[in-house]
Write a protein that binds this ligand. Structure first.
Ligand code: NAP
Length: 263
């Protein structure tokens, strides 16, 4: 599979790294174009891939071209890439760019739209993706292996789920980072060193996260298992419920979803 990247910034580089690490593609299968000479030099030196200045040249002969530029640069890039060969699949990770706007901007029907999230940068991402009807089963398989190299991927038949995923898994890392930060501060507040508080919080979150799929138990059941009658945990949970943690999270996700729908 020959893969081209339009934009070799944070996400473009992360995908290349994951593709190579997981041996989904070899360096000679990858061509990247980027406006920055320094970035092109870095990419070819670090990963052994071809790095070009021309977007149009970069996608020549590619089976899949990954659009990984910032939303504000998309219009110009689409203008440059209009009317590419019908059999080439365009895979966009540009936040907020709908299938319809990509089809129209590129004058091309074979489009895949994906919403990865930030942990994709270390191969632990969650990506939700969809495709136009012009994308063949073989091209979907290619998209699946590219996106699967970033962590977990889920295909959805209806694009509306991408806005929902944007609010949950796309923005989700920010919610989790805030939660981690607040818990560390709480540990410091009661007298732990910042270093120890940070290690306690991170391992607690990593461990608790892994317990859910490994036990296949409902989170409420797991919570009950660590909540002794009249104990410390129930005191803390009372404060979290009083503060409206559940409804606050719900409202936060709804607000992100409303915003995603109107991007
Ligand atoms: N970062 C994330 O966690 C994340 C998660 C989900 C989705 N996304 C989406 O991924 C896309 C890329 O994000 P990013 O964080 O990787 O951005 P980024 O680091 O800015 O990377 C974009 C790269 O494209 C280059 N570029 C700009 N204009 C170009 C052009 N006309 N032709 C070719 N290359 C061009 C930029 O060069 P200059 O820097 O020199 O302009 C930069 O190296 C965004 O649309 C974002 O919505 C990102």
């Amino acid at each position: 599979m020959r893969i081209a990247f339009i934009g070799g910034g944070t996400m473009g580089t992360a995908i290349v790294r994951c593709l190579l690490t997981k041996k989904v593609a070899a360096p000679q299968d990858i061509v990247i174009s980027d406006v920055s000479l320094a970035q092109r030099e870095l990419l070819s030196k670090e990963y052994g891939v071809s790095a070009l200045a021309s977007n149009r040249k970069a996608i020549e002969g590619a089976d899949v071209a990954v659009l990984a530029v910032k939303p504000q640069d998309l219009a110009q890039v689409m203008e440059e890439l209009r009317n590419i060969p019908a059999q080439q699949a365009m895979l966009s990770i540009v936040a907020g760019a709908s299938l319809a706007s990509l089809c129209q901007g590129l004058n091309h029907n074979c489009i895949i739209r994906a919403m990865p999230n930030m942990p994709a940068q270390i191969g632990e991402g969650m990506t939700v993706w969809t495709a136009t009807t012009a994308v063949s089963p073989k091209q979907k398989k290619m998209a699946q292996s590219i996106l699967g190299s970033l962590g977990m991927e889920i295909y959805v038949a209806d694009e509306k789920y991408l806005d929902m995923a944007t609010a949950l898994s796309g923005s989700g890392p920010a919610y989790v980072f805030l939660f981690i930060e607040a818990l560390i501060d709480a540990g410091v507040h009661i007298g732990l060193s910042r270093d120890i508080a940070q290690r306690l919080v991170i391992q607690t979150i990593l461990g608790s996260t892994r317990v859910v799929p490994e036990t296949n138990k409902h989170p409420a059941e797991l919570r009950d298992m660590v909540t002794s009658p009249g104990g410390t945990t129930t005191e803390a949970l009372l404060q979290l419920e009083k503060g409206g943690l559940r409804s606050l999270l719900l409202e936060a996700v709804v607000a992100a979803y409303d915003k995603a729908k109107h991007l």
